[in-house]
Each structure stands twice: as C-alpha cells, then as structure tokens.
Write a protein that binds this ligand. Structure first.
Ligand code: SAM
Ligand code: DTB
Ligand code: SF4
Length: 328
C-alpha cells in the first residue's frame, strides 16, 4: 500500500500494533521514507507556547500541574492582558518561531473568555505569526468566533487511548474531546491534536491512541506527541519513565499513520538526550516547542536548541507568508 492510500484508509489497532512490533531499523526506515515523500527532512516547524491563564483548573487530568485537585505549588494567574501577550509573541518571533500557541487552564471557556482570547489572537496575527490556542472544550459558535479573529489552529488532545482514558481523567469523556474536535473542524480552524506517552499505558494503548488520531474524519494537521513531564504532587509523578526507544517508535508510527501531518516532538524534551531527539527527527518529527518554558514547566533553552539544530543540520522552517504552512 502506498503512503497516499494509507492516509485515506482506516487503521485497525492490530495493524498499528504490528508497526510497533517491527524491528527498530525496519520501522524507522519505513517512517523516514514516508517522511521524505512529503516533507523536507531537514526542516522543522517551530512554535512557542505561552500560558495565558494559569492554574486553578477544575479538571482532574492526572498528569497536569494546573489541576485544582493536586497540590503542585503552582501559583494561579488570571488571563494575561494584550500587552503582555504581544510582548511575548514579538520575542518568540524574533527568536525564529513562526507560530504562537496560547494555553489556558479552563475546562471550557465562557463566551466572554472567548471574546477576550479572540482579541489576543487578532493582536498576535497582527504581529505576523500563525496562531494556536488551547482553551479546553469548545462550542461550535466559539470556534467560529475564534476563526473570525484569525485563529489558525486549535489544540485539543485525545491524550491517550479510549480504554486507558478513565485512568487519566474522570471529569470529561473521550467523546467530549471528539465533539470539540468536530466543532473546531467544522468552523474551518485547523486541528492540532495528539497525546501523551509515558502515563503507564501499554503499547496497545499507544497504538490505539495513534489509530484514533489517524482515523478522525480528517487527520489533524498538527500532531503533538508529548512525553509525560512528571510534576511532583500530580498522581502520575513517580511512574517509571518510558523507554526512549519506545518513544521514538511512537513518533515513527505517527509519521506512518499521518504522512502529511506535522508531528511535533512536544513536551518532555528537557528530559530527553540529544540522541533521542535526533532519532525522533529521523523517525518523522518535524515540529517542536521552542523557548525556555512550555506552559508551566521547563523546555530546553533556545540556545541549546540552536546548538542541537546546528549539530544535526536542521533548519527552522520559515513560512513564505505569515499564516502559510511550511513547504512540503
Ligand atoms: N486546559 C486545556 C485542555 O486540557 O484542553 C488546555 C491546556 S492543557 C495543559 C493542553 C495539553 O497539554 C493536555 O491535553 C496534555 O496533553 C498536555 N499536558 C499537560 N500537562 C502535561 C504534562 N505534565 N506532560 C505532558 N503533557 C502535558
Ligand atoms: C501539547 O500537546 N503540549 C503542550 C501544548 N499542547 C499546549 C503543553 C505541554 C504542557 C506540559 C506541562 C506544562 O508545562 O504545564
Ligand atoms: Fe485543566 Fe487542561 Fe490541565 Fe486538564 S490538562 S487539568 S483541562 S489545564
């Protein structure tokens, strides 16, 4: 089957598990070959994150330092004002990022919240950057309001497999997530949707999660694959870390299942060796979060990333026009 046919077909869990079971070199060869069919393998898209509303979230996501259910010592912050956001966006753009992603610790935003965020989106667009927000569950009219303001991407992750999901979150369902993704898609906003590896899930769960993503009515344009960042105070702190080679396999399988999507090597790079990251880029990752912070936890320093890119001969992907996708 060619990769184009694969993109249009439905992936069964067994077929995805079989990919995970391949000898490592066979899996990486296959993923890298598909990667080169669709992308410049030496170009990486770069996004910078900003937490625009921090902590105090009523959801109980067991990985998350921002949940009110866990004592992580995080200081709550109200929604940032436009000046603070524009200053951060300018700094990100000057450092080389093309997309600015704003995250808010909400279960779901109110319409008033959405209006405020729409103004922030407009302000960041005016700086000539692509925009992405992640605000929790979203209604169709809210997605439309954000699109009118110029929103390019909405991030909303499935996080894990449908079977493992209740072990991770009890305050919202897997179906709630799919409903939000459908609302975003039908409003004409591009979808950024991925999950987390290293929460104690099985390989079968990882395969099922990636099959869910690939089998969405349209695959997400952007697929963040996060490695769990273990934060003291959260229920998942202290879990056995995932084998780095299993993480690389997850990236490779993502690339094979979603040949045209940007696969983002997302949270967890601070705990990853340069060698693991290099394997991830070879396996098909072609996007990162860039800048010293993720939302509330540390990301590698920009200087360290520039050094890594130079060692690997990787280039920052520069969109021809603001808001335009990188060349494929
Ligand atoms: N509150 C919104 C929501 O959950 O939809 C938006 C922000 S939330 C922090 C966005 C995503 O970040 C989560 O879905 C999860 O996949 C990821 N994330 C949060 N904490 C993480 C952690 N400790 N390690 C890895 N990924 C994490
Ligand atoms: C995503 O998949 N990863 C980002 C972004 N989408 C919003 C968030 C990672 C958060 C890591 C933990 C923290 O910094 O709070
Ligand atoms: Fe809230 Fe999002 Fe954290 Fe879940 S992941 S607790 S919804 S901020």
């Amino acid at each position: 089957m060619s990769s184009t046919e694969a993109a249009a077909s439905t992936w069964g869990r067994e077929a995805v598990e079989a990919l995970f079971e391949l000898p490592f070199a066979d899996l990486l060869y296959r993923a890298h070959t598909i990667h080169r069919e669709h992308f410049d393998a030496n170009e990486v898209q770069v996004s910078t994150l900003l937490s625009i509303k921090t902590g105090g979230c009523p959801e109980d996501c067991s990985y998350c330092p921002q949940s009110v259910h866990y004592d992580t010592g995080l200081e709550r912050e109200k929604l940032l004002d436009e000046d603070a956001v524009v200053t951060a966006a300018r700094r990100a753009k000057a450092a080389g990022a093309t997309r600015f992603c704003m995250g808010a610790a909400w279960r779901r935003p109110t319409d008033r919240n959405v209006d405020k965020v729409a103004r922030l989106v407009q302000a960041v667009k005016d700086e000539g950057m692509e925009t992405c927000v992640t605000l929790g569950m979203l209604e169709a009219h809210q997605a439309e309001r954000l699109r009118e303001a110029g929103l390019d991407y909405y991030n909303h992750n499935v996080d894990t497999s449908p079977d493992y999901y209740p072990e991770v979150i009890t305050t919202r369902t897997f179906q709630d997530r799919l409903d939000t993704l459908a609302n975003v898609r039908s409003a004409g906003v591009k979808v950024c949707c991925g999950g987390i590896i290293g929460m104690g899930e099985s390989r079968a769960d990882r395969a099922a999660m990636l099959a869910e993503l690939a089998n969405l009515p349209e695959p997400p344009e952007s697929v963040p694959i996060n490695q769990l960042v273990q934060v003291p105070g959260t229920p998942f702190h202290g879990l056995d870390p995932v084998d780095p080679l299993e993480f690389v396999r997850s990236i490779a399988v993502s690339r094979i299942l979603m040949p045209r999507s940007r696969v983002r090597l997302s949270a967890g790079r601070e705990e990853m060796s340069d060698e693991t990251q290099a394997l991830c880029f070879f396996a098909g990752a072609n996007s990162i979060f860039y800048g010293d912070r993720l939302l509330t936890t540390d990301n590698p320093a920009s200087e360290a990333d520039r050094t890594l890119f130079a060692r690997l001969g990787l280039r920052f992907c520069v969109a021809e026009e603001p808001g335009e996708a990188c060349s494929t």
